[in-house]
Design a protein around this ligand. Structure first.
Ligand code: MN
Length: 286
């Protein structure tokens, strides 16, 4: 297998100062990962050159993920809000390219957070058009866009694989893929295996997040990893698998509260990350 294994930056640090970046990147390497996923909700705050240098020194790759906010929601009916969202996404794309990454994903198609009403037809169309616009820029930068559908409390645009594949068909760009996160799938999907097969059949299974049902240590919750890993092998998945976990021990200024991280699910990121790496090796074989 050629799958690369990633780890989300929030396993290590909540910010991205030079000291935090060094700690996160060196720790990712020490724990046996190939990639680190940067949480770039505020992409302009990242020092891309410093990050690229540290990645290179450590032989670690990077992907970038983020969720939009109320002020930058590209699924809004308000054109000014959509324009601000596009500007933020363009910055995130530039960061991805400048750190040497080839993947930009997350909730880049809507706000990351709870909505009080369903998405409107105009809002969904604004989101489709924005992702198509970003995909054209991303193609020039050699970057693939991943749409991470989330549970109903974290977006109202895409909650399932089926919705995501329909959205991707509407976007109609070659470099836009579905990003499957088992934490969200556990809440919304009828079948883990069915979702994997549907995404693969559409040629759009592009990125995977491995997270437990309680956001803590892999294998200690209720996610059916055996079924999920088996399905990935059945479809010959060759893409990235990124371990994602959150605890109130590591706090990001906005993301932690948006994700409702209210308690300690673990204390030591290194123990957690090494255990997760071993869980993936044992359970998936990579
Ligand atoms: Mn995720």
């Amino acid at each position: 297998m050629s799958n690369q294994i990633g780890v989300h930056a929030l396993v290590w640090v909540g910010g991205w100062s030079p000291d935090e970046a060094r700690l996160a990147i060196e720790s990712s390497r020490e724990a046996g990962y190939d990639l680190i996923e940067l949480a770039a909700l505020d992409p302009d705050s990242f020092d891309a050159d410093m990050t690229a240098r540290l990645l290179q020194e450590n032989g670690i790759g990077a992907g970038v993920s983020l969720g939009l906010s109320d002020a930058t929601d590209v699924s809004s009916d308000d054109p000014e809000c959509v324009a601000r969202g596009r500007e933020l996404l363009a910055s995130a794309l530039a960061l991805t390219r400048d750190v040497g990454g080839s993947y930009l994903g997350g909730v880049i198609f809507s706000k990351l957070g709870r909505y009080a009403a369903p998405v409107t037809a105009r809002g969904r169309a604004n989101s489709v058009e924005s992702i198509a616009w970003l995909a054209d820029k991303a193609l020039d930068a050699g970057v693939t866009l991943g749409l991470e559908f989330c549970n109903r409390y974290e977006t109202n645009v895409l909650n399932t694989t089926e919705q995501t594949l329909a959205f991707i068909a509407d976007v109609d760009r070659p470099n836009v893929v579905a990003h499957l996160d088992v934490y969200h799938m556990n809440i919304e999907e009828v079948s883990f295996s069915g979702a994997v097969h549907a995404a693969a059949a559409a040629g759009k299974l592009g990125y995977v997040h491995l997270g437990e049902s309680h956001r803590g240590a892999l294998g200690t919750g209720s996610i059916p990893f055996e079924e999920f890993f088996r399905a990935l092998h059945e479809v010959g998945y060759q893409g990235v698998l990124t371990f994602e976990s959150f605890s109130s021990r590591v706090v990001h200024p906005t993301l932690s509260s948006t994700l409702a991280i209210w308690r300690d699910t673990w204390d030591d990121g290194m123990v957690l990350a090494k255990d997760a790496r071993e869980f993936i090796r044992t359970g998936f074989g990579a």
